[in-house]
Design a protein around this ligand. Structure first.
Ligand SMILES: C[S@@+](CC[C@H](N)C(=O)[O-])C[C@H]1O[C@@H](n2cnc3c(N)ncnc32)[C@H](O)[C@@H]1O
Length: 460
């Protein structure tokens, strides 16, 4: 592989005797990974039903390697059911090593397309709130889709400058992930286009952006909260020196150790301006040391952890009744909806995360879970609701086996004959599942299922 000369020289200096081993790994194939969505399925159950060969990624409890030259997991119906996310193995590390507790308020500052946000949301398992932001509106659209496919409803999907978010969320979040925009040196083997991008915008360009983002994020972190900073690059100006910059400006932060793995290498004190010893607690991932691409991560805590009194947030809106059409539909759903969390905009009805501060004025792609639309005298459930439900949550399901050719036809948007499964079932909205995992809705009448799978998500 043709690497820029200046990059090779820099890596020689960084790696010394290890350089030959490092450069040799560019001749080896890249690794393909998938990460199980533990909000929908346990790792053990997934291993039982996974139709292709997988091998555990040793440092990620829900991560697996697959052979990307032989199988295409993105074509399998389980992918459409949100059972897994396809992700380069090292890239699974940041969200894995940021400790999340149920009920946390979590911010992913640079979240698109959602590789890490989907894991953070799955770890919250419906409790607390995930704010997933990306400055790029077009990339944030992909982020929203991935979050919805994963069935994450306690969410805000935003597209804002972190500097603006600071005004709305001062000292608000318990956990923050900054997967910073970077020069991407660690991804040269996975994606050759990254080399060209590096030649256009190198480490110096990104380090200025990263310096702003870490300080803005620090401001949004609660006392005692934790922040994980990561990049997929090797340059110390984007790694150790960014953490040094943060600690210079925010001395209340300290570096925490990261749950170890034998292939992790320590950050380099010699690459900080002040020779900061503690930087050894940060982690460098090199492709010649582990079966994954290059990464850097640092875990930090702001001040000391305090017991936070249960907040009630802004006063609850006066308890109102559920709209009748929604109530009729939800009589068949096992969830207990809190009417004070409903937000109705025109026909659309959303279920908001708990205790949200005022967020008017921020660019949103989604606030909460889109439940569906209130039409004249009826409620039409959304695709996002289908993905957030479990089969056992809803009274009316049509469960197809993965091998049934109707699964593919459903995903293509076709009308299905389900007489054999529906028999004399009453007409109405049905949750269409594959092996018990929801894919979307359909409307049944006389043994025929009208397809309600979201047109923009259909299989081509
Ligand atoms: C490394 S990618 C994030 C990948 C993502 N975390 C994932 O795992 O799928 C960096 C992202 O930062 C976004 N970005 C760039 N500058 C930003 C800024 N100032 N604030 C927030 N996001 C920014 C880019 O649009 C890009 O999507």
């Amino acid at each position: 592989m043709n690497l820029p000369g200046a990059f090779e020289e820099k890596m020689k200096e960084l790696l010394g005797e290890e350089f030959d081993e490092y450069i040799a790994c560019y001749e080896e194939p890249r690794y393909y990974g998938l990460r199980v969505n533990t909000q929908k399925i346990s790792v053990e159950e997934f291993q039982k039903i996974c139709p292709f060969e997988i091998h555990p990624i040793p440092w990620i409890s829900n991560g697996f390697y697959y052979d990307g030259d032989k199988v295409s997991p993105s074509r399998h119906p389980y992918y459409f059911a949100g059972l897994y996310y396809l992700q380069e193995p090292s890239a699974m590390t940041p969200a894995d090593r940021l400790p999340i507790e149920l009920g946390d308020r979590v911010l992913d500052v640079c979240a698109a397309p959602g590789g890490k946000a989907t894991e953070l949301g799955a770890k919250l398992a419906g409790h607390g709130m995930l704010a997933a932001n990306d400055i790029s509106n077009s990339r944030a659209k992909g982020l929203l889709k991935n979050i919805e496919v994963f069935g994450i409803g306690n969410v805000l999907v935003l597209s804002e400058e972190p500097g603006k978010l600071m005004d709305y969320f001062p000292e608000y979040f318990d956990k923050i992930l900054i997967d910073a925009p970077c020069s991407g040196e660690g991804m040269f083997r996975k994606d050759k286009k990254m080399v060209r991008a590096w030649e256009e915008h190198g480490p110096e360009f990104f380090s200025n952006i990263q310096k702003s983002i870490v300080l803005q994020a620090a401001h949004m972190l609660r006392e005692g909260g934790m922040m994980l900073y990561s990049t997929c690059t090797f340059d110390s100006r984007e790694n150790e020196q960014i953490i040094e910059h943060l600690l210079e400006h925010c001395p209340e932060f300290r570096i925490l150790p990261i749950k170890p793995y034998e292939g992790f290498c320590p950050g380099r004190p010699g690459l900080t301006k002040s020779g900061m010893k503690d930087i050894e607690k940060t982690v460098r991932i090199f492709p010649h040391k582990m079966k994954g691409e290059g990464h850097y991560l640092a875990l930090l805590q702001k001040g000391e952890k305090k017991e936070v009194a249960e907040e009630t947030g802004k006063p609850k809106k006066k308890t109102r009744k559920l709209p009748e059409e929604l109530e009729t539909f939800f009589a068949h759903v096992s969830w207990k909806l809190d009417p004070s969390r409903l937000d109705i905009h025109g026909e659309r009805i959303y279920y908001m995360p708990e205790n949200l501060p005022a967020v008017k004025g921020i660019r949103f792609l989604r606030t909460g879970l889109l439940l569906g639309e209130l039409k004249k005298n009826r409620f039409e459930p959304s695709q996002a609701l289908a993905m957030a439900l479990k089969k056992e949550d809803y009274d009316f399901c049509i469960d197809l086996k993965a091998e049934d050719e109707r699964v593919t036809r459903y995903l293509k948007g076709e009308t299905l004959d389900v007489e054999d499964l529906a028999g004399s079932k009453e007409k109405g909205w049905y949750l269409v599942c594959v092996d018990g995992y929801p894919l979307g809705f359909g409307k049944l009448a006389g043994g025929v299922l009208k397809n309600k799978y979201l047109p923009g998500w259909r299989l081509c």
